[in-house]
Design a protein around this ligand. Structure first.
Ligand code: ZN
Length: 336
């Protein structure tokens, strides 16, 4: 958790107001804040929307039925939640006979806490389901609820450079890298009084882009590729679960849910990818598995050892908050 002085907290909320404005929120918007309020630095971000002048509904982590009732009754225009929950909530709405595109009024979905909002295929899938635009925010519980946020061009996330200095460092040597090079993102707070951080290692792998964005904002941008802990090496190829997600979400005939199992065989790391086939997909499981395997090989460079096909709903990955999609079954510690 991040401690704040009064000044820190005010500046945190001012930054959040700026991000909300950046994604197009205006005082006539109705905003539902569907993030956890309990011991979670994203919770107070709702005050940033309130200070901007939007009407704010302090939703928190409500059961889906209650949240859908709010979306239907009060017709909010902006919501913030996790990408996996945005997807599941849209699906639940459809099953309850509510079409998110016609019966609800959500125009913008802010997502954070998972990588999905920066994976184009995932963002597009959520946008198609809701008929709304999805914006990725990136926060650190050690600093602010959102330290960086996408603009209307969705080409990386603008950094709050007046508060945070972002660097990338080599994951092996710690050497500072140039903009554009991929490494671990390291944050230094510039204004925080309560527990300032110097070169705090985020555990996230990404790159910095210092070129001017098409939107005209001059603040640099970060692109996030994945968690350092989630990256695994198969046949000398660095594999990020986000690369696998991007492929899975582009395929037709499957639900888009997935689970990655990393295991060890003959002293070598292998991975299996489990997916769900749509009920109306006429293809047999072996054909679907072969197609997914080929698509993964084409994108990532390595084939999974196995693709396991489940029926719709067969994977237990749906959650009300963050989904667990990677299970590491290796006993040894791969020091990367
Ligand atoms: Zn921009």
């Amino acid at each position: 958790m991040s401690p704040f002085t009064k000044k820190d907290f005010d500046e945190f909320q001012e930054t959040e107001s700026r991000w909300f404005w950046q994604v197009g929120m205006r005082p006539n918007d109705r905003y539902v804040h569907a993030l956890n309020f309990s011991l979670y630095v994203g919770g107070p971000d709702v005050i940033g929307a309130q200070n901007l002048g939007a009407l704010c509904i302090w939703g928190g982590t409500l059961p889906s039925e209650r949240l859908l009732f709010i979306l239907k009754t009060y017709q909010p225009t902006v919501i913030w939640t996790s990408p996996s929950y945005a997807w599941q909530l849209g699906e639940k709405a459809l099953k309850a006979g509510i079409d998110p595109k016609k019966d609800l009024n959500i125009k913008k979905i802010i997502v954070a806490g998972e990588l999905g909002g920066s994976i184009d295929a995932t963002r597009k899938a959520i946008e198609d389901l809701w008929g709304a635009e999805v914006y990725d925010f990136y926060g650190l519980s050690d600093i602010f609820g959102a330290c960086a946020a996408q603009c209307e061009y969705h080409d990386g996330l603008h950094i709050a450079e007046n508060h945070i200095l972002v660097e990338t460092v080599d994951i092996h040597t710690g050497e500072v890298l140039k903009p554009g090079e991929v490494g671990e993102l390291v944050f230094t707070t510039l204004r925080k009084h309560a527990r300032p951080l110097i070169r705090f290692k985020t555990g996230d792998i990404g790159r910095i882009d210092t070129t001017k964005c098409k939107c005209g904002r001059t603040h640099g941008r970060i692109s996030i590729l994945g968690r350092k802990d989630d990256m695994f090496i198969v046949s000398a190829v660095n594999v990020f679960p986000s690369d696998i997600e991007a492929v899975i979400r582009e395929q037709s005939g499957i639900t888009g849910e997935y689970l990655i199992r990393i295991f060890e065989k003959d002293f070598t790391a292998k991975h299996a990818v489990e997916i769900e086939k749509n009920a109306d997909n006429p293809k047999d499981d072996d054909t679907v598995a072969a197609e997914i395997s080929a698509a993964l090989k084409a994108r990532i460079g390595v084939k999974p050892a196995k693709v396991v096909v489940h029926p719709d709903g067969g994977l237990d990955t749906r959650s009300e908050h963050k989904s667990r999609r990677v299970i590491d079954e290796r006993n040894i510690d791969y020091n990367i």
